[in-house]
Design a protein around this ligand. Structure first.
Ligand SMILES: Cc1cc2nc3c(=O)[nH]c(=O)nc-3n(C[C@H](O)[C@H](O)[C@H](O)COP(=O)(O)O)c2cc1C
Length: 251
């Protein structure tokens, strides 16, 4: 099983050590191959804010670097661990830059078939929820199997450390279990609503957001997944509703 770890830490310390613990638990299952991608040191440039990936398509991004290699690594992995420390109640700039470079996936779903584990390490509880939520944006409709928050407070007693290690083990095993019995991914409700907005607005965006227009124009349900009648109904209903709001100038 191939696991890609994307690390948004500026040093090889707490976040890296935690992932190594997860790897140790996974190695008990023997068929695990881990690849580490450290954003620090990667050929992955800073977003310049040109908006071209969103408006005209990710293939038009003027930055030439390893972005597409990273995409193929994500797509070829059985599971992806997005790992980051918490900096001032969110992710550090290097991880935020990574997320910004994939901003177009907020308009057009991308990693729908992928399975993610979200890991945030921090000094306290302050801001871990927000950092975890920010990392989750990267999944773009993919399956977030599990979220793990690990604390590295210097004053932590042995009992708490033990409890935390148990939590790491529990989440590592949960991730393995889910990866070993992959089933048809059912899109979450929020995902269907979110992309219904872009589908609804895309028909009027031929000139200013041609990438969205081209992506949605021939798609009835915008995801390659078996949708049940209820989900199809939801997409139809929300798309219709948002189209109405667009016409009224509210969206
Ligand atoms: C600039 C900076 C800001 C931080 N902000 C927070 C914070 O808001 N909340 C928190 O709980 N920990 C915070 N921390 C602590 C780190 O999240 C924590 O030590 C983390 O495990 C570091 O991971 P690393 O060793 O992989 O860099 C901060 C650390 C740094 C360097």
């Amino acid at each position: 099983m191939k696991i890609l770890v994307i690390i948004g830490s500026l040093r090889k310390r707490n976040t890296y050590k935690t992932v190594k613990r997860i790897e140790e638990y996974h190695k008990e299952y023997s068929d695990f191959e881990y690849e580490y991608l450290f954003l620090k040191g990667a050929d992955f440039k800073q977003c310049t804010g040109c908006f071209v990936c969103i408006s005209h398509g990710e293939d038009k991004c003027p930055l030439k670097d390893d972005r597409d290699l990273i995409i193929s690594k994500i797509e070829n992995a059985d599971g992806v661990i997005l790992a980051s420390p918490n900096y001032v109640m969110n992710v550090p700039w290097i991880m935020k830059n990574y997320i910004d470079r994939f901003a177009y996936t907020m308009h057009r779903p991308k990693f729908f078939d992928q399975y993610f584990m979200i890991l945030v390490t921090s000094g306290s509880y302050m801001g871990t929820k927000q950092a975890s939520k920010t990392l989750g944006m990267m999944a773009s409709g993919g399956k977030i199997v599990t979220e793990l928050k690990v604390f590295n407070s210097p004053g932590m007693n042995e009992k708490k450390k033990l409890k935390q290690d148990k939590e790491i083990e529990k989440k590592a095993r949960a991730f393995y279990k889910r990866l070993s019995r992959k089933t048809e991914h059912r899109p979450p409700f929020g995902f269907l609503v979110w992309f219904s907005v872009f589908k609804a607005t895309s028909s009027d965006s031929k000139t200013h957001l041609p990438a969205d227009y081209n992506f949605y124009k021939d798609k009835k349900y915008f995801v390659d997944a078996k949708l049940n009648v209820f989900q199809k109904g939801l997409i139809g209903m929300f798309t219709g509703m948002f189209k109405g709001l667009v016409k009224m100038g509210i969206v």
